[in-house]
Design a protein around this ligand. Structure first.
Ligand SMILES: NC(=O)c1ccc[n+]([C@@H]2O[C@H](COP(=O)([O-])OP(=O)(O)OC[C@H]3O[C@@H](n4cnc5c(N)ncnc54)[C@H](O)[C@@H]3O)[C@@H](O)[C@H]2O)c1
Length: 266
């Protein structure tokens, strides 16, 4: 019988997580370190990244690296890869988790806003993955996971910049998957609405809007960050060795039932 615990051991692995001072990336950092990995906590928020890394190190006893990275700046991404190799000597896995999008009326966008969202939600993940590829290809069961969104697969006019960029991200992942096997696996977690504290409120939602949204989910609540991290864990693990190019939907049963509310009239 297969040793199930061994399938979910990340001992000896080095995993870079972007946007990891935030809710989902931070939860993933704690989980992978608990399972034995050395995690690199990368975020634009330097103080946040360093604090999350220090907390994880204290909790798990595993060495971590907390580093400031602007995912939209190529030189920052080069530094992230370089510092990871300098400290840990290898890259076994990558979680492209950075992303954010404001609630906007569909005709309220323009080139600048569209391109900025694309750079943050899609292009940064492309660049970092490209830089990590030579290091991933030489690792056993190397895996890259991306944070997708349910708004990337349903018409989402209230999120036109973000939903368009996330849709692009998800098809980019499929393209990466078909050319990178069998050496490196690529998958997306397709995320429903997750409680990330003030971040969604800053995107233009009120508590009342989020409560109404929760009631539309089959599971009658928003997700917890760790519930997304569990899916990331599965996709990165040895249990998923034959899985590449998929979108793993973790959305409380909400993608086809719910509609993100909008604060502006279209
Ligand atoms: N929370 C949700 O409801 C939800 C739903 C669907 C998809 N997602 C996706 O999941 C991922 C994580 O979301 P979260 O809820 O943890 O968000 P969060 O807002 O809690 O965390 C995002 C982190 O990204 C960082 N960041 C922002 N711009 C950056 C940049 N240019 N470079 C580097 N870091 C930057 C922020 O400082 C923050 O720490 C994102 O890709 C998001 O789009 C979240």
């Amino acid at each position: 019988m297969t040793d199930i615990k061994q399938l979910f051991s990340f001992e000896g692995k080095v995993i870079i997580i972007t946007g990891a001072a935030g809710a989902i990336g931070g939860a993933a950092g704690h989980l992978f370190a608990y399972l034995g990995a050395n995690v690199v906590i990368s975020d634009l928020n330097e103080e946040g990244a360093k604090k999350v890394a220090a907390d994880i190190e204290k909790e798990s006893g595993k060495a971590t690296l907390g580093i400031k990275t602007d995912a939209t700046v190529e030189t920052d991404l080069e530094i992230l890869v370089g510092e990871t190799l300098k400290k840990f000597g290898k890259i076994s896995g990558l979680i492209n988790n950075v992303g954010w999008g404001a609630n906007t009326p569909i005709w309220g966008s323009n080139s600048d806003k569209m391109v900025k969202s694309y750079l943050l939600n899609t292009v940064g993940a492309y660049n970092l993955t490209r830089m990590c590829m030579p290091h991933l290809e030489i690792e056993d069961n190397a895996s890259v996971v991306f944070s997708g969104s349910m708004v990337g697969v349903t018409p989402s006019p209230e999120f036109i910049e973000y939903s368009t960029a996330k849709a692009g991200l998800m098809n980019m992942v499929r393209s990466m998957a078909v050319v990178s096997g069998p050496k490196v696996r690529f998958n997306t977690v397709l995320i429903g609405s997750v409680d990330n504290g003030d971040s969604t409120l800053a995107a233009g939602y009120t508590k009342e809007m989020l409560e109404a949204l929760s009631n539309m989910f089959v599971m009658k609540r928003r997700g917890a960050p760790i519930e997304i991290a569990y899916g990331m864990m599965f996709l990165m693990s040895d249990a998923a060795r034959w899985i590449t190019g998929i979108d793993l939907r973790i959305d409380g049963g909400g993608t086809y039932k719910s509609k993100m509310p909008t604060g502006d009239s279209h």
